[in-house]
Write a protein that binds this ligand. Structure first.
Ligand code: PLP
Length: 399
């Protein structure tokens, strides 16, 4: 028996069974659906991309996986090299993991140990944002802030090692003033908070965060698992404001194989570098640096650059702004658009009940959550397909 994610199995509606997928389309036995979710925001090039498929096939003909303990291989070395050149600033040291949650765990472990290695053992707390989502493992739940996902943590009582603040500069400054001696890091989903409700905030908050982290010697972690690879309209938000540690996942492999990376800057890496084994980073996911994942990630990055994806994302944003202009409804609180993300926030979750089936009948796969009706489409979508997705969203309120 299969146990599905985020579902009460007793009341779950049977999921749609995908039998084929190509470009932006998912195919069931009876329907062809535009995937407006991009398989949890990861499939940026669409499905069955010939070059991505070929990259995996080629590597599979050599070997699919070897561990990185005592071994190494060309795809993982090439990907680390590519990220070193491609990512901004001195984000040069890539530690691979099999999922975004694990890569966030690694970032948090790095931040804690960074200070331990320097002899500062009192820096045990992390500053994090309200409505944050950083994954479903225990430490990532703790830095996360969403009772809809992580209410289970309530049994532990109040969080001891995480402080949550809203995305407002006054609260940010106050938190640093009050807690800077005990903080090892500030972790944020920059500009766009995804699973916590598609919240968007201004870059001035991040610039101030960088300034305060520098002033008080606190590490800045960007969890760009969702925002990386163009989703906000920036290639990485890290291109605009440089963090000390950057986490990438989801679209890293074009959504073809689960993989993620925690990228540290020189300052962080140097705190681990030395003669003592006790200063080493004690982490090592079995499937880190998987050769198939690294091969397809390299090809995905090549496509992203070669096909000018940032221009495609600009176009998506422009079409979305045009199509949603003037759209309003008493049940809609707000329409938010940023880069490749369009979110219609409803007044209550009940307003969206039944939307998934409504969209299915109109050739669109959608998965609203909380009060968010949203589209995060593959960047290769054609204009008329995007219009179809957005028209479907609007049509729901005109029934
Ligand atoms: C999805 C997500 C994660 C978790 O990634 P998984 O691969 O699902 O473990 C972490 N952070 C953010 C911002 C995410 O959107």
């Amino acid at each position: 028996m299969l146990w599905y994610p985020y579902q009460q199995m007793k009341t779950m509606k049977p999921p749609y069974k995908v039998v084929d997928a190509e470009g932006v389309y998912l195919c069931t036995e009876e329907k062809k659906l535009i995937d407006s979710v991009s398989s949890w925001w990861s499939v940026i090039h669409g499905y069955k991309h010939p070059e991505l498929t070929a990259a995996i096939q080629k590597q599979a003909g050599i070997f699919s996986h070897v561990m990185l303990g005592g071994l190494t291989h060309e795809p993982v070395q090439r990907l680390a090299q590519k990220l070193e050149e491609w990512l901004p600033g001195d984000l040069d040291y890539s530690f691979f993991s099999d999922s975004g949650s694990v890569a966030v765990e690694v970032a948090l472990k790095m931040a804690l140990q960074y200070y331990v290695n320097r002899g500062e053992k009192g820096r045990t707390k992390v500053l994090s944002l309200k409505d944050a989502y950083h994954g479903d493992t225990f430490k990532t739940m703790e830095v996360g802030d969403n009772e809809d996902y992580h209410f289970i943590l309530d049994v532990y009582g109040e969080k001891k090692n995480v402080i949550h603040i809203p995305t407002r500069i006054a609260e940010l400054e106050a938190a640093f003033e009050a807690h800077h001696r005990e903080l090892n890091a500030l972790i944020v989903e920059p500009l766009l908070q995804g699973a916590g409700g598609m919240k968007m905030y201004d870059i001035s908050f991040l610039r101030k965060a960088r300034e305060l982290c520098d002033r008080y010697g606190v590490l800045l972690i960007f969890d760009e698992v969702a925002t990386g690879f163009g989703r906000t309209g920036y290639r990485f938000v890290a291109d605009e404001v440089l963090p000390d540690i950057l986490v990438l996942g989801k679209a890293l492999t074009g959504g073809y194989i689960g993989h993620a990376v925690t990228v540290a800057n020189h300052k962080v890496y140097d705190a681990f570098y030395g003669d003592e084994q006790s200063k080493a980073l004690m982490h090592g996911p079995t499937f880190m640096g998987n050769a198939l994942a690294c091969s397809v990630a390299l090809k995905s990055i090549e496509l992203f650059e070669r096909e000018d994806y940032l221009a495609k994302i600009k176009k998506i944003e422009a079409v979305a702004k045009r199509e949603m202009a003037g759209f309003e409804d008493p049940r809609v609180k707000e329409v938010r658009i940023m880069g490749g993300c369009v979110c219609v926030e409803a007044d209550e979750p009940q307003t969206l009940a039944g939307y998934q089936q409504f969209a299915y009948e109109r050739g669109v796969f959608s998965r609203p959550f909380l009060t968010c009706l949203y589209a995060m489409v593959p960047y290769v979508i054609e204009e008329e397909e995007l219009v179809q997705v957005l028209s479907c969203m609007k049509a729901w309120f005109r029934r």
